[in-house]
Design a protein around this ligand. Structure first.
Ligand code: GGG
Length: 352
């Protein structure tokens, strides 16, 4: 029996409600498919920040470095500045473990219509590959002359040839396994140093992957195309910020940000990869028992695939799709079910 050590970080808000649902269903799948999970649960997050002044202990990353995967819920809480919660936990994990690919699938699941009216939005299936450790998410910059009329803030973007090339290589390979179509998100008309560099590398990589049909759009035009006709996209590669924005949009287009999964991947497998839903801690609904666990459960599907359990992953994906189609749905996707009712329906479907 294979045992996987999973660093488990429910984090804040609804993270504490949806992570246990995913753990339970994965445990059940383990009994059926011959693996066990050692969930090593940490109480890192905003409550710890308020209590002790930091989101996680100073040796936190060393503590989880030998895990087989990291399973994260959500970070963020009212009263804690958003940049503290992101830079205090999520971003250090992505960077320390060189999780430079953030893979974010979005597709129409049976029974959840897209809120978009157009027919072309009712049947899309795409994956956004977001560059995850550099780009616009940089700590380089600063503020000066606070409180004066001359006050200013500077934020640097960092794009390296190595960083851009490797995430694009991953995206091209994924495109070759899917529909052989890759779209790049750019903004090289306005951002005149980093984005032309991004485009040049995309052109070089395109020349080396002649079997892949490529296109590139400025991010403002691309978001409009997403909304007007998402069915034309297959794999989309984007910088850190553009990928973050595109994937909240693609999640909403697929019905709700509550269903969207993500995998923060270290493709070389030197370090653990991290699996987390796209959504945040949702303080407005935390504690009400109505959080949608599907984003977390779908992230568990990605984790099972990564850990080498494709049959269990398919089993879970199928069970999830059947539950949604059977109309056991939380309010964000038009239902009346509670988190607990979705969890029970998932367990029953897994056993069916
Ligand atoms: N599920 C993790 C979470 O809380 N994400 C919220 C968030 O703001 N994420 C920003 C990012 O993915 O960079």
């Amino acid at each position: 029996m294979t045992t996987h050590k999973i660093a488990t970080l429910p984090g804040d808000g609804i993270g504490n409600e949806v992570v246990p649902v995913a753990m339970d269903v994965v445990n059940r799948l383990g009994e059926m498919h011959g693996f066990t999970m050692e969930w090593e649960i940490q109480d890192w997050g905003c409550e710890r920040y308020v209590r002790e002044g930091s989101m996680m202990p100073s040796d936190a990353l060393d503590q989880i470095a030998s895990s087989d995967a990291i399973f994260l819920g959500a970070v963020g809480a009212p009263g804690v500045p958003d940049h503290v919660s992101l830079w205090g936990m999520l971003i250090p994990i992505r960077r320390r473990f060189d999780q430079y690919v953030n893979l974010r699938p979005a597709k129409i699941l049976r029974g959840i219509p897209s809120p978009l009216k157009d027919d072309r939005a009712q049947n899309f299936d795409m994956v956004v590959i977001r560059e995850n450790v550099e780009g616009e998410y940089s700590a380089i910059g600063g503020r000066l002359y606070s409180g004066s009329d001359n006050e200013l803030a500077i934020q640097e973007n960092v794009f390296t040839r190595r960083g851009v090339t490797r995430v694009m290589a991953y995206a091209f390979e994924l495109a070759q396994k899917r529909g052989n179509h890759l779209t790049s998100a750019t903004k090289s008309n306005g951002i005149i140093h980093t984005m032309p560099f991004w485009d040049e590398i995309f052109d070089e990589m395109s020349a080396r992957h002649a079997d892949v049909t490529v296109d590139q759009y400025h991010i403002d035009a691309l978001v409009a195309m997403f909304v007007l006709d998402p069915s034309r996209f297959d794999v989309v590669v984007a910088s850190n910020l553009f990928g973050d924005i595109l994937t909240d949009l693609s999640a909403a287009m697929a019905g709700s940000i509550g269903i969207a999964p993500s995998a923060n991947i270290n493709p070389e497998r030197i370090h653990p990869s991290m699996f987390e839903p796209v959504h945040g801690s949702a303080p407005d609904i935390a504690g009400k028992g109505i959080a949608n666990p599907i984003g977390q459960v779908w992230s568990a599907v990605l984790m099972l695939e990564h850990l080498g359990h494709p049959v269990a992953a398919k089993h879970l994906m199928h069970s999830m799709e059947e539950v949604i189609a059977s109309e056991v749905r939380t309010p964000d996707i038009g239902g009346t079910a509670t988190t607990h009712e979705v969890a029970e329906a998932l367990m029953a479907q897994i056993d069916a």
